[in-house]
Design a protein around this ligand. Structure first.
Ligand SMILES: *[C@@H]1O[C@H](CO)[C@@H](O)[C@H](O)[C@H]1NC(C)=O
Ligand SMILES: *[C@@H]1O[C@H](CO)[C@@H](O)[C@H](O)[C@H]1NC(C)=O
Ligand SMILES: *[C@@H]1O[C@H](CO)[C@@H](O)[C@H](O)[C@H]1NC(C)=O
Ligand SMILES: *[C@@H]1O[C@H](CO)[C@@H](O)[C@H](O)[C@H]1NC(C)=O
Length: 405
C-alpha cells in the first residue's frame, strides 16, 4: 500500500492526464455497450444452477438422482449424524466421514488436525517460523526481516521434543540437561512448583515452552499437554524426570543409536549402584543397547507415543505399571523396546514428588505418595486385564487362551 501511493505521487502530470482520459473512455465505452443491449436481462441468461445455492436447487438435483424429497430434507440438519447424513452428490452440503470426529462438515483441506510447539511471530509472513534458538537469531528477527527469512528455513525446525517435569530447586541440574540437547530439540518444561519467571536467568529458557500447574506428576502433564496430534511433528519425544545426571549423555548420538537399532521405546542406561528400581535397567558395559526399559527417562517414537498416550489413565497419575504395559504398544516388543547402554545417565534419586504430597493421618507426605503409587499399580493392572478380557469375550474368544502376550 505504501509503495503504491508513493509511486503515484511521483508520476508526471501529463501521465496523470493520460490515466484520467483512459479511465473516462473506458467508462463511456462500457456505458454505450450497456445502452445498445437494453433487452439483455437476467431471464435470458442461462445461469448455471450452482449459482443459486438454495434448497430449491438441491431439491431438484436430489430428484434427478432418484432421492426422495424426504431424504433430501433429513440431510438439511435435523438428523445429520454421521451414519444418517448422505454424501449428497453435487449439492453444497459438506460431509466427510473420514475427517476427524466432529469436523465432518469441513472441507478436508481446511482441517488442521495436528499442531506443534514451534514459536511464531506476531507479525510478518505467517508461513515463517520464529526459531529463537539463540540470542543472535532473536536479534536478527528484530533488526532485519530479510535475514530472518533465510534463517527460518523450514527444514531446520526441531525434530525432537524433550520435556522435563521440574521444580525450581533442581534448576542447576535441568540447566545441565538442557545444554545436552541441541537446537534440533524443542524444550518443554512442566513446572510443578509454580515458579516459572525465575527460570529466565537461563538463556535457553526464553525459547523453551513453559507449562505451570502445581503439584502434578510427569504422566499427568503428558496426558494433558502431549496429545499425539499436538506433538505430531516430533520424531522422538523424551519424557524425563528432573533428577538425571547427563554427563555421559549425548542426545544426538542417542538418537542415532535409537534409529540404528529401530527402538520405538527406549531409555539411556542407568549408572549402576545408584539405587535402581529394576535390576534389568542397569547399564551393561559390553554392548551398545539391550532390550528392556524402565520409565524414568523414556524416549518414545512418534508412533509409539500415539499408542502409549492412549493407555495413560487420567486418574492414575503416577504411571506405575505403565512400564510393564508398554509392550502392548509395540510389536515385536523384545526388539523395539530397549536400553541404550552406550549413552547413559545417572539417577539422582531426588524425592521431589514425595515432598509434594500432604501429610494425612499423621503419616509423612512421602508415605502417602508411595501408598498411592502402589494402589495405582494394582488398579492399572486390574483395568488392563479386564479390558482385555472384555475384548476377547466380545470377539467370541476365550480370554484365558487368547492372552498370549
Ligand atoms: C426435526 O425433527 C423434529 C422431530 O423429531 C421436527 O419436529 C422438526 O421440524 C425437524 N426439523 C427440521 C428442520 O426438519
Ligand atoms: C432421526 O433419527 C432417529 C434415529 O435414526 C429416528 O428415530 C428419528 O425418527 C429421526 N427423526 C427424524 C425427524 O427423521
Ligand atoms: C458423484 O457421482 C459421480 C457419478 O455419478 C461419481 O463418479 C462420484 O464418485 C460421485 N461423488 C461422490 C462424492 O459421491
Ligand atoms: C541437527 O540435525 C541436523 C539434521 O539432521 C544435523 O545435520 C545437525 O548436525 C544436528 N545438529 C546437531 C547439533 O547435532
Amino acid at each position: 500500500m505504501g509503495i503504491f501511493s508513493r509511486s503515484a505521487t511521483s508520476r508526471k502530470p501529463n501521465e496523470t492526464i493520460k490515466i484520467i482520459l483512459t479511465t473516462f473512455l473506458g467508462v463511456a465505452f462500457g456505458f454505450l455497450i450497456g445502452v445498445s443491449f437494453p433487452t439483455l436481462s437476467l431471464t435470458k441468461l442461462n445461469i448455471p444452477s450452482n449459482f443459486i445455492p438454495s434448497i430449491d436447487s438441491s431439491y431438484k438435483e436430489g430428484k434427478s438422482l432418484g432421492l426422495t424429497p424426504q431424504s433430501t430434507l433429513s440431510s438439511k440438519g435435523n438428523n445429520s449424524s454421521s451414519t444418517q447424513a448422505p454424501n449428497l452428490n453435487g449439492t453444497s452440503k459438506i460431509w466427510v466421514p473420514s475427517n476427524p470426529r466432529g469436523a465432518e462438515r469441513l472441507p478436508p483441506r481446511i482441517v488442521a488436525a495436528e499442531s506443534d510447539f514451534y514459536l511464531r511471530r506476531l507479525w510478518g509472513n505467517p508461513n515463517e517460523l520464529c526459531l529463537l534458538h539463540n540470542e543472535q537469531t532473536a536479534l536478527l528477527i528484530l533488526d532485519d526481516s530479510a535475514v530472518v527469512i533465510q534463517l527460518m528455513d523450514l527444514t531446520s525446525t526441531p525434530k525432537y521434543l524433550v520435556t522435563f517435569t521440574v521444580g525450581y530447586d533442581q534448576r542447576m541440574n535441568i540447566d545441565a540437561c538442557v545444554k545436552k540437547f541441541s537446537e534440533n530439540f524443542t524444550i518443554l518444561l512442566f513446572h510443578y512448583d509454580g515458579r516459572v519467571a525465575e527460570w529466565d536467568e537461563f538463556e535457553w529458557s526464553k525459547r523453551a515452552i513453559h507449562v505451570s500447574v502445581r503439584k502434578q506428576t510427569k504422566w499427568w502433564y503428558a496426558k494433558r499437554f502431549l496429545h499425539p496430534d499436538i506433538v505430531a511433528p516430533y520424531e522422538y519425544i523424551f519424557i524425563w524426570d528432573e533428577d538425571l545426571g547427563v554427563e555421559h549423555f549425548n542426545a544426538e548420538e542417542y538418537i542415532k543409536l535409537v534409529k540404528k537399532h529401530g527402538l520405538e521405546i527406549s531409555q539411556p542406561g542407568l549408572e549402576p549402584n545408584k539405587g535402581l528400581t529394576w535390576q534389568m535397567t542397569k547399564r551393561r558395559d559390553d554392548s551398545e543397547v539391550h532390550k528392556f526399559v524402565e520409565i524414568m527417562a523414556p524416549v518414545f517414537s512418534r508412533d509409539a507415543w500415539r499408542c502409549v498416550w492412549h493407555m495413560i489413565q487420567n486418574d492414575l497419575v503416577h504411571g506405575w505399571g505403565l512400564d510393564f504395559a508398554l509392550r502392548k504398544c509395540i510389536e515385536p516388543a523384545h526388539e523395539k523396546i530397549g536400553v541404550v547402554d552406550s549413552q547413559w545417565i545417572v539417577h539422582g534419586s531426588v524425592p521431589s514428588l514425595g515432598s509434594q504430597g500432604e501429610s494425612q493421618n499423621g503419616k509423612a507426605p512421602w508415605q502417602g505418595v508411595r501408598e498411592r503409587c502402589r494402589k495405582e499399580w494394582t488398579m492399572f493392572q486390574t483395568r488392563l486385564t479386564s479390558a482385555e478380557n472384555a475384548y476377547f469375550r466380545a470377539a467370541g474368544l476365550d480370554p484365558s487362551t487368547s492372552k498370549g502376550r
